[in-house]
Design a protein around this ligand. Structure first.
Ligand SMILES: Cc1cc2nc3c(=O)[nH]c(=O)nc-3n(C[C@H](O)[C@H](O)[C@H](O)COP(=O)(O)OP(=O)(O)OC[C@H]3O[C@@H](n4cnc5c(N)ncnc54)[C@H](O)[C@@H]3O)c2cc1C
Length: 353
């Protein structure tokens, strides 16, 4: 009875009718099995969607992409995941993954290289050339660090992006100790990296921001300003970085250049939407436009959730991604039920009886 109240009377009625009166396995014209739902991306958004579609018994594939578990699956302290004490992101993600797979969602370690949304069923091809077909697709490809122009033969350990810092935080701390460190960026992430560098005993910490102010709460800025070995340079938009022996040379739009040992780039994130360009509606910043109540994109049968969408908000957060992933999951289930597609996994009945 609890579930009937939760999911609504109508959804329940269609669900039971569909279970008993339609076939359980579908095949495409080319003979391949057609999955009910393919989810591109295995971060909080993708796993949130998979949790729901699999719970309802729909055959669900999650493509992990280059970063299984997504952005949170790194050495970063997360204090705002409800129900779990402050811990590292890579301790949270395995739990989220387990919840998504317990009803039968399958995670495939593959990166999608192309999509064809004009076909029915919808088609995806991974980097190895394997073809997958799906009735519904959820895009949850997240974002990546915005890159800067750098002509350096061996940038590893000398140029860090946000994600690199968190992928091996203890190594990062060892590497900045005693060094001249330059942070590029004026936001909260740039500020956090400055504190990491100071706490890791960097000899000097220079923060270069492109405007005449930091985009962080003033208490953070004044904390940094009081550090004897830290300095904020305003109106220093970075043009490019060049390698000069063991040193880096930072060139700025204002014509100046500075030498440093390590550069940390924190100039924002861009959505992973190149696969979907000219295929569905994308806003001027590259985010997929969705209806925030349903996570539907401009194309039928295609949904999107998490940081890759224009609904992720000004401060993308893991639980927001997971939450609108769940909305996408419910919308998929509702559409499949209305289309008379039966759940293929009997485990789904557990949630009703
Ligand atoms: C360093 C760092 C610290 C953070 N700390 C916090 C925090 O403390 N609290 C908090 O709430 N949020 C935090 N966030 C934000 C949070 O991680 C994101 O909001 C959340 O991960 C977004 O989830 P997502 O599923 O939308 O995208 P992501 O987590 O970015 O996942 C995207 C997924 O898409 C996959 N993918 C991409 N391209 C393809 C492709 N072609 N084919 C298949 N798969 C593909 C990737 O492999 C990845 O699995 C942090 C982010 C970072 C970078």
């Amino acid at each position: 009875m609890l579930e009937i109240r939760l999911w609504g009377h109508n959804l329940m009625r269609i669900f039971l009718k569909t279970c008993f009166f339609s076939s359980f396995i579908a095949f495409s014209a080319i003979g391949a099995t057609v999955v009910d739902v393919a989810i591109i991306g295995s971060g909080c958004g993708g796993l949130g969607a998979a949790n729901i579609t699999a719970e309802f018994g729909y055959n669900t594939l999650v493509f992990s992409g280059p970063y299984r578990g997504g952005d949170l699956n790194v050495d970063t302290v997360v204090g705002n995941w409800l129900g779990i004490k402050t811990t590292k992101g890579d301790k949270i993600i395995p739990i989220v993954e387990k919840n998504a797979t317990k009803f039968g969602a399958k995670i495939i370690d593959a990166e999608i290289a192309s999509v064809d949304f004009s076909k029915s069923p919808l088609q995806l091809i991974d980097r190895s050339g394997a073809v997958y077909q799906a009735k519904k697709i959820v895009i949850a490809t997240g974002t990546k660090d915005r890159l800067v122009q750098a002509n350096i033969p061996n940038p590893k350990g000398r140029i860090y992006y946000n994600w690199d810092v968190h992928s091996d935080l203890s190594k990062f701390k060892d590497q900045v100790a005693g060094k001249d460190v330059s942070i590029i960026g004026g936001g909260v992430d740039a500020m956090k990296k400055s504190f990491y560098a100071i706490r890791s005993r960097a000899e000097k910490v220079n923060i270069y921001t492109r405007s005449n102010r930091m985009r962080t709460p003033s208490w953070r800025t004044s904390l940094i300003s009081r550090m004897p070995n830290a300095h904020i340079y305003y109106n220093y938009p970075l043009k490019k970085i060049e390698g000069n022996g063991q040193k880096l040379r930072l060139h700025f739009e204002n014509g100046e250049s500075k030498e440093t040992d390590i550069a940390i780039i924190s100039v924002g994130r861009v959505p992973n939407t190149s696969l979907f360009k000219n295929k569905l509606k994308i806003d001027s910043k590259g985010f997929i436009v969705v209806d925030a109540k349903t996570q539907k994109t401009s194309l039928p049968h295609v949904f999107a959730c998490g940081d890759v969408t224009d609904a992720s908000g000004p401060q993308p957060q893991a639980m927001i991604a997971a939450g609108n992933g769940m909305i996408a999951g419910f919308s998929v289930v509702e559409e499949l039920l209305k289309e008379g597609v039966a759940p293929q996994n009997n485990l789904s009945m557990r949630i009703f009886f």
